[in-house]
Ligand binder design. Structure first.
Ligand code: AMP
Ligand code: ZN
Length: 114
């Protein structure tokens, strides 16, 4: 999509600190990190959010989680663990409408959930 920030990061028009790339996905550092390691994983093909992705190109989930696994193994964060978060829509505060998975790692993140 021509006016999409993360499509521009994928095609290199807008710079990013890339930490992972394969044929299908890239991972780059979030501009405003919420943890010692905060990387955004996006598929090279545009979808708006995980519902759009799930409906129209569900194999992208495999590509994204494969990339996250490889990144975590390469950086050793698979040992101590990490968190994956994705925001969908207004109540979640989604600000960029190209599906992205936040990967948070590198420190104890506090327990999330009941
Ligand atoms: P969300 O609020 O889930 O839509 O997440 C969007 C994320 O993108 C936020 O955590 C921002 O800090 C991050 N962000 C926005 N612009 C950039 C950029 N140019 N490079 C890296 N991260 C960005
Ligand atoms: Zn896009």
């Amino acid at each position: 999509m021509s006016d999409c920030l993360f499509c521009k990061i994928v095609d290199g028009t807008i710079p990013s600190s890339k930490v992972f790339e394969d044929d299908n996905v890239i991972g780059f550092k979030d501009l405003h990190p919420q943890a010692a390691i905060h990387v955004l994983f996006v598929h090279k093909k545009h979808t708006q959010d995980i519902n759009d992705l799930s409906k129209n190109d569900p194999n992208q989930f495999v590509d994204l989680f494969n990339g996250i696994r490889l990144f975590s193994e390469k950086n050793g964060v698979d040992k101590n663990g990490f968190r994956v978060v994705t925001n969908v829509g207004k109540h979640a505060g989604q600000t960029v409408f190209h599906t992205h998975l936040h990967v948070l790692a590198g420190e104890s993140l506090g327990h999330f959930g009941a």
